[in-house]
Design a protein around this ligand. Structure first.
Ligand code: IPT
Length: 973
């Protein structure tokens, strides 16, 4: 039996115990001037929390999870299910427990000062000992815990700090988020000292009006406050006023002042520069606590922003404006360190988000690293700050379990106390996927009293009735709601509060179909204001293939462009040998694990474009400013006239001076040549100057409008021969596999989880059996009729091959019986000889696009090496498609090769992989590229949708049965 009182308490199975000896949370940032304790600590991993600590130490990096370092306990991915069967508050007997220890030399100059230890974050139970003495306990894995060590350590001497971290606990049941399970200390540890008289908290109210109020709470370790103390504040160098009323009430009445130690500072910022996500104007606020002689006892520095957030009717208003929330859900994630992220990591995340048009972040599903909020203030994001509560597997039991009441209120209140001064935080969230119960109402009550300046949201409450007015949510914030339901609600006349989806457009694999349709509806429907895409990251962990271990920090640089270096791969659920896991569902972000943006990001960027081409009228091109607060002077642009004949003409663009919401016509910058066929006008919009989030010249959006439709050019039939083999297949010197009918694609994650792919396999779409019915040859033309048999019927396919000038024209017709009512594609597939490594096309691009995700890909003349066309989604799947392709060439460096002209804009893909190559690989590193090209030309291609978690694509993007016709002409270059 252990004699350690902290261990003997078994706090890991006591939900009522949320902390012991922990200091109250506050908004005074102690990071600067502190003694950092990050680095290598002595470490041992116990198999159970009450095992004796032995003499065998290894070392572990702090901050860092031990699951990504060299220990026996590896990451495990499970979404909803807990990794063990014990009911809350129980935990499994086998319970990895990390013991971290190190010596700390307490500075001699700290004599007489108050000394505190801050542990940035530890999951899931932290026990603190100093020199063998129990100091404190903390739970709440994503917020800091502070402990007063004043009476425990001696300045000028060395102390031994031991941090014991128990992995599984009662708290794990309310930290059941959809992410990797890890264990360890994930944020920095530090020691700091203050005067015995110190600023215990600072609360800033900085409304749009500029009337600043700063409430300060002072403490004295001696107990009663000394006579004569006072607080001053400075806003950008200007002294703040004391609130005389307030001071008198607190200072003159001995009892009140001794206990409360409160002071209030006031000012009105003249000509206030207000904060919003487009122009995040910040002010420096410095609060000083003075001793009676005027000397400074403590300082607290803040960067504050003046802004209002309120709900009026059913609109969420920022500074009076109904802003659109173009949000994303963000975890603290890194492929080498798990949940430990640096300032640079976070900044890089936010720069990518800004560059792709996002203006909001939901800190899914816990308070993120404190730096996130500093940077969101600085770069401009609206933040939904979410408490660390997700009880998914046992949601119903826990929501009303009084043993967890304290934990709910504790977690929500500590988040609010930490983050309340950030202008970026516009909404509090009670957590995620935890049903709805009295524990939520208790936490909601606390927030609403403590911070009436911000709305509160909780999906679990609002989902019961979007129109309710008496629950724990001020916002209807559903997840993955069908668009038609959202529109119907907004039009119903019943709407009582803003509708902003907390999660939508699930970004797993090749996804985010119908995003543009969503936004067209949001922008057109009062009452709808946006949502948060699920999610930012693909949480792939860099893993050594040889021994299956996480690469850890040693993996730095071993990836590029979304792909892991040879010998490594992006691990997802199951890859660490977890007996129970949820596979690739962890890879559902808009960026790869190395933060490389997926093609869907370009779609988002265009949908969020600040400047748009509205239409083309006789007076010119109508441009519109779609921002809420900013003019257009931060943008520069160039016009492009794209002509089907291959020309792209450019002209400088003068952008009109438009206020938000305004439109103006500008003259068409080109004389459009009469010849040249189809014509498109593109505006390439870039940053005019350096922005805090992008250097000058960074592309912001590429709006486009069609000026002229295509001219119809008929192929001229010539006398010639089309060669076919005995099976009626085209024989061509540049093709290694003749053109055949294809109805299948390598299932996307949406196809698999949405149920389409299993159906397609049942139907035999992946292995259609071709049988020639007839071959008829006459004067330079061959007609081949074949049947492609699946298990549910036969698709009749006719190919008419005609010799035309320079090549062969292929006219095709496929007749899909009713049973084939929702197939992946209807089109042609063929393979080319090796060496044709460059694709050039006229159509949408340059990035990947699909029928329901093609808004962000402008029509143009694009050119991309074949190897770069493919998108390396973590679990290989259909990828690399290009929408609206009119013609393309595939060529070798010596310009030999082939060209294909299509009858209409079609979905085309050129990759190194057959659909079955992709469908049978679990990871990208298992793929063996084929030397030639696998080319698909589709008459119809199913949209991507988001059915891996949420709505499927719309019926209009599905492939209907019946007759499909398409044609194309193949020529040798
Ligand atoms: C929803 C979760 O909130 C989120 O954490 C993630 O799991 C997402 O789904 C899917 O990737 S919950 C789901 C049951 C709708």
């Amino acid at each position: 039996m252990t004699t350690d009182p902290l261990v003997a308490l078994r706090p890991w199975e006591a939900p009522e115990v949320t902390s012991w000896g922990r200091l109250p949370m506050n908004a005074v940032d102690r990071r600067s001037g502190a003694l950092p304790l990050d680095g290598d600590w002595r470490f041992q991993l116990l198999s159970v929390p009450d095992a004796p600590v032995g003499g065998a130490w290894s070392s572990a990096r702090v901050p860092g999870v031990w699951t990504m370092q060299d220990t026996a306990d590896l990451p495990q991915y499970l979404n909803i299910r807990m990794p063990y069967p014990e009911f809350p508050p129980g935990s499994p007997t086998a319970n990895p427990t990390g013991v971290y220890e190190r010596e700390v030399d307490v500075p001699a100059e700290w004599a007489g000062r108050r000394i505190a230890l801050q542990v940035g974050a530890a999951e899931s139970v932290l026990l603190v000992h100093v020199d063998g003495r129990p100091v404190g306990i903390s739970k709440d894995s994503h917020l800091a815990a502070e402990f007063d060590l004043s009476g425990v350590v001696r300045p000028g001497e060395r102390a031994t700090v031991r941090l014991t971290v128990v992995k599984w606990s009662d708290a794990s049941h309310i930290e059941d988020q959809d992410q990797w399970w890890h264990g360890g200390i994930t944020r920095s540890v530090l020691l700091y000292a203050t005067d015995p008289l110190y600023l215990a908290d600072v609360t800033v109210r900085a409304p749009y009006s500029g009337e600043l109020r700063v409430d300060c709470r002072v403490r004295d370790t001696g107990g009663a406050l000394p006579e004569g103390w006072y607080v001053t504040g400075e806003l950008d160098g200007q002294l703040l006023d004391q609130d005389p009323e307030f001071d008198r009430a607190n200072v003159e009445d001995e009892r009140v002042s001794d206990f409360l130690g409160e002071a209030r500072l006031l000012t009105t910022a003249p000509e206030v520069r207000t904060w919003n996500a487009e122009s995040p104007e910040l002010y420096d606020l410095t609060v000083r606590l003075h001793r009676a002689d005027g000397t400074v006892a403590d300082i607290s520095r803040h960067r504050i922003g003046f802004r209002d957030v309120e709900i009026v009717g059913r609109d969420l208003l920022v500074n009076g404006e109904r802003v659109f929330i173009r949000g994303v859900n963000r975890h603290d994630f890194h492929p080498l360190t798990g949940r430990t992220v640096s300032y640079d990591d976070i900044r890089a995340d936010l720069l990518v988000l800004k560059r792709f048009g996002f203006n909001a972040i939901r800190t899914a599903h816990y308070p993120n690293d404190p730096t996130l909020y500093d940077l969101a203030d600085e770069l401009g994001f609206y933040v939904v700050d979410e408490a660390d509560i997700e009880s998914h597997d046992h949601a119903h039991e826990i929501a009303d379990d009084p043993r967890y009441l304290n934990a709910f209120v504790d977690r929500v209140s500590r988040m609010v106390l930490r983050d309340k001064n950030h202008p970026s935080v516009i909404i509090w969230s009670l957590g995620n996927e935890s049903d709805y119960g009295a524990n939520h109402d208790a936490a909601a009550g606390w927030v609403r009293r403590h911070d009436p300046t911000r709305p509160l949201q909780y999906e679990g409450a609002a989902k019961l009735d979007w129109a309710a007015t008496d629950d724990a949510s001020d916002i209807a914030c559903p997840m993955y709601a069908p668009l038609e339901d959202c529109i119907a609600h907004a039009l119903s006349g019943e709407q009582t509060r803003p509708l902003i989806q907390c999660e939508y457009s699930h970004a797993m694999g090749n996804s985010n179909g119908t995003l543009a349709d969503h936004w067209a509806a949001i922008e057109a429907t009062p009452g709808l204001q946006g949502g948060f895409i699920w999610e930012f990251w693909d949480h792939g962990i860099l893993q050594r293939v040889s021994d299956g271990r996480p690469a850890g920090r040693g993996g730095a640089g071993l990836y590029d462009n979304g792909v892991a270096a040879p010998g490594y791969r992006w691990a997802y659920g199951g890859d660490f040998g977890e007996p129970d896991h949820d596979g690739a569902f962890i890879a559902d972000g808009v960026v790869f694990p190395d933060r490389k943006p997926k093609p869907a990001m370009y779609e988002h960027r265009e949908i969020a474009a600040p400047l748009r081409i509205e239409c083309f009228k006789h007076e010119g091109i109508v441009l519109g400013n779609h921002q809420h607060f900013r003019g257009l002077n931060w943008l520069a642009a160039v016009w492009e006239l794209v002509l089907a004949d291959g020309r792209t003409l450019t002209a400088p663009a003068e952008l009109p001076d438009l206020c938000p919401g305004e439109t103006a016509a500008v003259p068409l910058p080109f004389e459009v040549p009469r010849d040249g066929g189809e014509a498109w006008l593109t505006l390439r919009v870039t940053t005019a100057e350096d922005e805090p989030w992008a250097p000058r010249g960074t592309e912001v959006c590429v709006p486009q409008i069609r000026l002229r439709g295509p001219a119809v050019a008929a192929d001229v039939a010539v006398d010639g021969r089309v060669e076919i083999d005995g099976e009626g297949r085209l024989v061509h010197p540049l093709l290694t596999v003749a053109p055949a009918l294809s109805l299948w694609r390598a299932p996307t994650d949406n196809d698999e989880l949405g149920g389409m792919a299993p159906r397609w396999r049942d139907w035999g779409l992946d292995a259609l059996v071709r049988k020639v019915v007839s071959v008829r040859e006459d004067a330079g033309r061959v007609t081949v009729v074949a049947e492609y048999a699946g298990t549910i019927g036969v698709v009749r396919h006719r190919q008419v091959l005609t010799a035309v000038e320079g090549g062969v024209r292929v006219e095709e017709e496929a007749e899909l019986p009713e049973a084939f009512h929702d197939v992946a594609r209807v089109g042609t597939v063929f393979e080319t000889v090796a060496g044709l490594d460059l694709l050039e096309w006229f159509g949408q691009g340059p990035w990947e696009s699909y029928p329901d995700r093609s808004t962000g890909a402008p029509v143009g003349h694009h050119s991309v090496p074949v190897d770069e066309l493919f998108t390396p989604y973590l679990r290989p799947q259909e990828s690399g498609g290009r929408h609206g392709v009119r013609r393309f060439t595939l060529s070798a460096p010596d310009a030999t090769g082939l060209s294909v002209a299509l009858d209409e804009p079609r979905q085309v893909s050129v990759t190194r992989y057959r659909a079955e190559d992709l469908a049978t690989a679990g990871h990208h590193d298992e793929l063996v590229p084929r030397p030639g090209c696998v080319v698909h030309i589709d008459a119809a291609h199913r949209g991507l949708g988001t059915a891996s978690c949420g709505p499927d694509t719309f019926p209009s993007y599905r492939v209907a049965p019946g007759i499909h016709r398409w044609s194309w002409t193949l020529r040798v270059l």
